[in-house]
Design a protein around this ligand. Structure first.
Ligand code: SF4
Length: 439
């Protein structure tokens, strides 16, 4: 009988790509992939170690699985990813329920890690952080019409609050050919939207070609007939240049969705955090994007409570949000991470940082509700992802999966993976409602 393996993917989109690569390798090695840990011979947890909340989630997941293992409902526990990498010297001692660990440089060895664990030995595999993800993929949700595709690994920036470069190594682009081959395979399997991710997506190509080549990569991917939408995430603001805006303005398959994680708007904080550019540069980019790309949806991520954030700096951030009315924004509470320069700097206390994050969420959720309400009457194309409670759900260009809302569609005869022309009829709880219209 085939051995059964389950995988729990925590953290970000980039981690999900590594999870799907491990699923592919395990399935090629003959393992049956199951949806739930219960009854699995082995469970792989692909962890995130970016901030305190992510670390706590990883530990809680491991402890829950440990209890299930003690009760005999799951087999071996294998922990992979950033949390494992970050605590590589102590993780096996501190968490005895773990049978094997796999660092960010050893995803490709997941089969041997599972086999080591199954043989009753405890083991750790820590290659050099990296690996640019050049294996096949098995989508974690079969039939899903979209996929993330990782175009580079690691990061060469040194934002003062961030441990990612230490966990994932320096920036390494994949070749255009390699990415295009993976994209074709995914589209051949029914994917019609690809979401390009990396730690620093707009830098793509600089390391291996000597210049940025994201616009050329977009042109190459646009040639794939079955591919209908290309969405970009994680564009460092100062790298969004005219060539990239031109590529979005051409009106082809590249969606007018601009994800620029800015983290803060105050010049002093940006400088202290070793971010390139100023608040004025960020405002100018937003203005330019809106002028050149009518209808563009701009997303950002922010950190509340960074070192140097007094009341005035926080107010500046709130004012910026109220004025710029970004369509999408996510906020993290600053978490001082050991080994980072920012952890040694003076900062607001934890309660203040959390309260500020909540205030930002309040401001932003009002802006997003107003944005959604303002879309009533808009006509757009929706990629259908499923049906529930008598209506379909999916996403337009304005919603990225897992982080934005959905479009809830009244209509008949639609199927998962098809595109429907709709008119927006209302806004409800972060989603919009719509009805099918004739094209
Ligand atoms: S750009 Fe900055 S925040 Fe993003 S992964 Fe690199 S170092 Fe971390």
């Amino acid at each position: 009988m085939r051995k059964r393996v389950a995988l729990i993917s925590l953290g970000c989109a980039k981690n999900l790509v590594n999870s799907e690569q491990m699923l592919y390798l395990l399935s090629e090695a003959g393992y049956e992939i199951t949806d739930t840990p219960e009854g699995a011979d082995a469970v792989v947890v692909n962890t995130c170690g970016f901030i305190e909340a992510a670390k706590n989630e990883a530990i809680e997941t491991i402890l829950e699985l440990g209890a299930a293992k003690a009760a005999g409902t799951v087999g071996n526990i294998i922990v992979a990813g950033c949390f494992a990498q970050r605590y590589k010297s102590e993780i096996l001692d501190e968490l005895p329920e773990i049978d094997a660990v796999v660092g960010t440089g050893s995803y490709g060895e997941i089969v041997s890690a599972v086999e080591t664990a199954r043989s009753g030995r405890r083991g750790a595999l820590f290659g050099e952080p990296g690996g640019s993800g050049e294996t096949g993929r098995l989508l974690s949700s079969p039939g899903r019409p979209w996929a993330y595709i990782k175009i580079a690994e690691g990061c060469d920036n040194r934002c003062a609050f961030c441990v990612i470069p230490e966990l994932r190594g320096g920036f390494r682009s994949r070749t255009v050919e390699n990415i295009a081959a993976e994209a074709r395979a995914l589209c051949g399997a029914g994917v019609s939207e690809l979401i390009l991710v990396a730690q620093d997506t707009a830098r793509y190509g600089l390391d291996i070609y000597g210049r940025r080549r994201l616009p050329e990569l977009l042109a190459e991917l646009s040639e794939i007939e079955a591919l209908k939408w290309i969405r970009l995430h994680y564009l460092y603001p100062d790298e969004v240049d005219d060539a990239l805006i031109d590529a979005m303005a051409r009106g082809g398959k590249v969606l007018r969705y601009l994800d620029i994680p800015i983290q803060h708007i105050n010049d002093g904080i940006l400088k202290r955090m070793n971010r390139r550019g100023t608040g004025a540069d960020i405002r100018a980019l937003i203005k330019k994007a809106r002028a050149r790309l009518p209808g563009v949806v701009i997303r950002t991520s922010l950190i509340a409570g960074l070192p140097g954030e007094g009341d005035a700096e926080f107010e500046e951030l709130c004012d910026f949000l109220r004025e710029s009315r970004l369509e999408r924004a996510g906020v993290f509470t600053y978490s001082p991470e050991e080994g980072t320069p920012a952890a040694l700097m003076e900062r607001p206390d934890g309660a203040t940082a959390r309260r500020r994050a909540e205030l930002i969420e309040d401001i932003q959720s009002r802006i997003m509700d107003e944005y959604n309400a303002g879309r009533v009457g808009e006509r757009c194309s929706v990629l259908v992802e499923g049906a529930r409670d008598g209506r379909y759900y999916g996403r337009s260009y304005a919603e990225s999966p897992e982080i934005d809302g959905r479009v809830l569609v009244e209509g008949e005869g639609l199927s998962v993976g098809c595109f429907a022309d709709v008119a927006v009829t209302g806004a409800v709880g972060g989603d919009v409602t719509a009805r099918v219209v004739c094209p």
